[in-house]
Design a protein around this ligand. Structure first.
Ligand code: NAD
Length: 377
């Protein structure tokens, strides 16, 4: 079985779907590994390091003979043309709203797995790319905020005077938000956080941050069986906005991470709220790629609105690419491991397995995922 770790051709993607460790792991499973030349450069892994780990360095032409192609992003039409029919492609497929691209993978005869559709169950925890990348994004958001902020985060008592601790407010206390809380606390900030899921309250408190939320009857029922947030009612949103408006005016840094699966990100910070903040305050919108939590945030830009810097970096895990690639590569290896026979070292993909079933977009020339038009998923 040959595995091909592709170079990402998008200039916006410094991550790579492999690491020195993952190559060793794949070799350990009895697989041949080819890494496309230069694939690791954006994540500081030179070809020679992959080679030392047991990979052969190849070119895009080698993809044609690969049984399994590992990527960060969904392959382009051109890349698909370089794969053989029947090959497995595993990537972060960004499937929502991309039906044509999914159909193209089906037409090419690829078995395409979308890593972000991995079920959030104990068995799949080490394959959970949303968690591995959101964790780093939460950390990086604080680093980016600190970078844009003209003051220190920790309180500093010096002979020349005292610098007050920064007040940091984290909106959305899921994987990214909890890591942002922990990071801001380590830097010495005074941290508060909000969420609509009651389970978040205890988690926020356990990290030493203050929990702020409208805790009404709707809040008590806001978590879905899958652990995600529901879209809140108009009535709740109004109450939440009033609470947030009052709190936000006193904050120096706000980091928003709120998402609702399959829906646009909820709007949590309005222009009026930004205007109420002190000049020099910083707001980081981690949801900017999904429509944004912050009014006026611009994808890929840092904009100044009424004296407040609003940070809308794209691909935030990619800003910490070496670490992001390391964790992503591990997610891939543990998933691929479920598809390789320990005895024969051959591919033994069970499309009925709950992990394969949840993540498979295309197989046998058809779209198979029910959420994307497949009938027999
Ligand atoms: P997410 O990225 O979908 O959303 C981020 C956060 O925003 C969530 O905490 C959500 O409740 C919050 N949010 C949504 N709407 C909001 C609003 N209007 N106002 C304020 N906050 C709002 O979430 P996530 O980080 O992927 O985590 C979702 C859940 O899944 C969490 O409970 C997490 O602990 C759980 N999880 C479980 C596993 C596992 O069991 N394997 C793995 C990872 C995460």
């Amino acid at each position: 079985v040959s595995v091909y770790i592709a170079r990402e051709n998008s200039p916006d993607e410094p991550r790579v779907a492999g690491s020195v460790e993952s190559v060793k792991n794949l070799k350990g499973l009895g697989l041949d590994v080819v890494v496309e030349a230069g694939a690791g450069l954006g994540s500081r892994v030179p070809d020679a390091e992959f080679e030392k780990a047991g990979a052969r360095i190849g070119t895009a032409a080698d993809a044609k003979s690969a049984d399994v192609i590992l990527k960060v992003r969904r392959p382009t039409a051109e890349e698909i043309g370089g794969y053989r029919s029947g090959a497995i492609v595993i990537a972060i497929m960004d499937p929502y709203g991309n039906d044509a691209a999914i159909a193209a993978m089906a037409a090419a005869g690829l078995t395409a797995f979308a890593m972000e559709l991995m079920p959030r169950i104990t068995r799949a925890q080490s394959m959970d790319v949303l968690s591995s990348q959101a964790n780093l994004a939460g950390y990086q958001a604080v680093i980016d905020a600190a970078h844009e902020y003209d003051r220190a985060l920790p309180m500093m008592m010096t002979a020349a005077g005292t610098v007050p601790a920064a007040k940091v407010f984290i909106m959305g206390a899921g994987v990214a938000g909890l890591q942002a809380i922990a990071t801001a606390r380590r830097l010495g900030a005074m941290v508060s956080a909000t969420d609509v899921r009651p389970a978040a309250k205890e988690q926020v408190a356990s990290l030493g941050a203050k929990f702020i939320a409208v805790e009404d009857e709707e809040f008590k029922a806001a978590e879905t069986a899958g652990g995600y947030a529901k879209e809140m009612s108009r009535d709740y949103q109004v109450k939440q906005a009033a609470l947030v408006a009052e709190h936000i005016a006193k904050q120096d840094i706000v980091i928003t991470t709120a998402l609702i699966p399959g829906r646009p990100a909820p709007r949590l910070v309005t222009r009026a709220m930004l205007d109420a903040m002190k000049p020099g305050s910083v707001v980081v919108d981690l949801a900017v790629e999904r429509g944004g939590n912050v009014e006026g945030a611009e994808a890929g830009k840092v904009v100044e609105l009424g004296g407040v810097k609003v940070v809308g970096h794209l691909n935030v895990p990619g800003r910490i690419a070496a670490s992001a690639s390391l964790l992503y590569a591990k997610n891939l290896v543990t998933f691929l491991e479920t598809m390789v026979s320990k005895e024969t070292k051959a591919l033994a993909v069970n499309m009925e397995d709950e992990l394969a079933k949840a993540t498979a977009l295309t197989h046998g020339g058809a779209v198979v995922h029910p959420a994307f038009g497949g009938a027999n998923g």
